[in-house]
Design a protein around this ligand. Structure first.
Ligand code: NAD
Length: 344
């Protein structure tokens, strides 16, 4: 009897509905039992129900511990920013892997786990004018969040037998980035399994150059908020598309265990192609695969991921990648190939 997993499903705008059909079809075809607790974060619903809807989303996420979020339009407010605050996300983890068959300008093989401190840095303060000729902003490096991010990064590096690189500008931003690197070192000393992980530091500018020249030298990379933002997009560009990325936002309890994990695609609502069967569901299906792995369904998660890559390698793709398949036909092809992987 497969274990039943209850998952929060946060609906959105634009292509969200088509992506949701794709995920539902895949979930029904795989040997997993998933029950979705749905909260509709579509813009019209948010406008009508406001804060009450976010409270419902948060209550569901707290109960299930895991959710899949579809893209939402930022109109009056940013649902992502509100959820990040309400659910106290401390870490954004974005795996970035070269995709077989996808044409790119870059020939190196990328296989990275970017672990980004989810808050702070320069992003919490838009800045303010000082007189007419200058502006300043506050840069925040918070001990607790950095510690949570470092513990998580060491844990996934130990689990997957990967190296860990922490990166910042600690020689220039000596107090702020220095504190971040000190915390990483403290965590390395504090956790028993950290000794299994080879940890090194890189200056962030040097890291970018090395990543382009020798991507195979990097595996798990731990960075502060803004560096993680830049790095994730650079890495996504290297694998050929910003549109194929999935990520998970994580919050932790007092004992450092993951208390909520929200999985999503990096792209937006693509209003220009909504309702036309043109949306590429790869990113949301990769997010769903990460979610399945998170709830302990590693076999189904792996089959889905490999099924997606098999399709793209065989040029079975949606129009944005030069393919001829619509969202539904592509989803059927992924299901076929994922089930083949499960048999093989
Ligand atoms: P976008 O990612 O929605 O679209 C940019 C371009 O990429 C468009 O041409 C679109 O057609 C294409 N595209 C995006 N996803 C695609 C997919 N799955 N398949 C095929 N093509 C795809 O970015 P945008 O146009 O800047 O933003 C549109 C809306 O999405 C805005 O309201 C923005 O706030 C919102 N947004 C939401 C999220 C989120 O909820 N996570 C993220 C980014 C943007």
């Amino acid at each position: 009897m497969p274990k039943r997993h209850e998952i929060t499903e946060l609906l959105g705008d634009g292509i969200a509905e088509e992506l949701c059909h794709s995920v539902r079809a895949v979930a029904a075809a795989l040997p997993v039992e998933v029950a979705f607790d749905t909260v509709n974060l579509e813009h019209s619903n948010r406008r009508t129900h406001g804060r009450q809807l976010y409270d419902q989303a948060v209550a569901s996420m707290r109960r299930t511990g895991a959710g899949l979020k579809y893209p939402t339009a930022t109109v009056e407010e940013s649902p992502n920013a509100i959820l990040r605050k309400l659910l106290k996300f401390a870490v954004i983890h974005r795996p970035v892997t070269s995709i077989p068959g996808l044409k790119t300008h870059f020939t190196g093989k990328i296989d990275l786990d970017i672990v980004r401190v989810a808050t702070g840095g320069t992003y919490d303060d838009p800045g303010q004018m000082v007189g007419d000729y200058a502006a300043v902003s506050l840069r925040v490096v918070d001990r607790k969040t950095c510690e949570q991010a470092a513990r998580y990064a060491f844990a996934i590096a130990a689990r997957d037998r990967k190296t860990l690189t922490s990166s910042s500008k600690y020689t220039i931003q000596r107090v702020t980035d220095g504190l971040f690197e000190d915390i990483v070192d403290e965590v390395a000393k504090d956790i028993a399994f950290a000794g299994q992980v080879k940890h090194s530091r890189e200056l962030f500018d040097a890291l970018l150059a090395k990543l382009v020249m020798q991507p195979e030298h990097f595996q798990v990379i731990l960075v502060l908020n803004e560096y993680g933002d830049f790095l994730s997009d650079l890495a996504s560009g290297l694998i050929g598309s910003l549109g194929l990325g999935a990520s998970v936002s994580l919050s932790f309890d007092e004992r450092g265990r993951v208390s909520a994990a929200m999985f999503d695609a990096i792209h937006g609502t693509a209003p220009d192609i909504a309702g036309q069967d043109k949306a590429n569901p790869t990113a949301i299906l990769l997010a769903f695969s990460l979610l399945l792995a998170h709830v302990g369904e590693a076999r189904a998660a792996g089959a889905l991921r490999r099924g997606l890559f098999d399709c793209l390698d065989a040029k079975e793709a949606t129009p944005d990648l030069g393919g001829a398949l619509g969202t539904q036909a592509f989803t059927e092809a992924v299901i076929r190939r994922a089930l083949e992987r499960l048999k093989g």
